[in-house]
Design a protein around this ligand. Structure first.
Ligand code: ZN
Length: 156
């Protein structure tokens, strides 16, 4: 195991023990909200992820989730939440990151992930070598993608 792998494992463990943005969702006034439940039957992971988006700026103003599952699914949802929170990203920016994450996690350990887009989420690259765990890692990201689609449908 390389030093980097060790560092990544520690990051994943930290997030699985103390997940970011796990808790009750409260939407700020004037925002468009969406909620999505995603279930991964192959592992039993589930998540309810909610977002609030400002209709003018299209920024994700709030994100919160509840869920249970393996440490990969929890850590991945937590890392995603931190990215969204720290970068106050727009709907389009979030979509770009979901796309980059999906590409990384489906690459079976090949390729170079876009670290600028993915930040700490590159720590999960190793998961891509384990086909059975891909859905675990994708859980929160798929839920956010569904929320974004709901938000955009409400804006239309
Ligand atoms: Zn899992």
């Amino acid at each position: 195991m390389s030093a980097l792998d060790g560092l990544y494992q520690e990051l994943i463990l930290d997030h699985s023990k103390r997940p970011v943005s796990k808790g009750v969702f409260e939407a700020p006034g004037g925002t468009i909200t969406a909620s999505h439940h995603e279930f991964n039957p192959s592992c039993g992971d589930e998540i309810d992820l909610s977002i609030a988006v400002d209709p003018a700026s299209r920024r994700i103003e709030r994100l919160a989730w509840e869920g249970q599952g393996c440490s990969i699914s929890i850590a991945s949802a937590s890392i995603l939440s931190q990215l969204v929170r720290d970068e106050r990203m727009t709907v389009d920016e979030a979509r770009a990151r979901i796309g980059a994450f999906r590409e990384m996690i489906q690459a079976r350990g090949e390729g170079e992930p876009d670290e600028e887009l993915l930040g700490d989420a590159v720590a999960l690259q190793g998961v891509s070598k384990f086909v059975m765990r891909v859905k675990c890692a994708m859980l929160g990201w798929v839920a956010l993608e569904a929320d974004l689609a709901q938000v955009e449908a409400q804006r239309a």
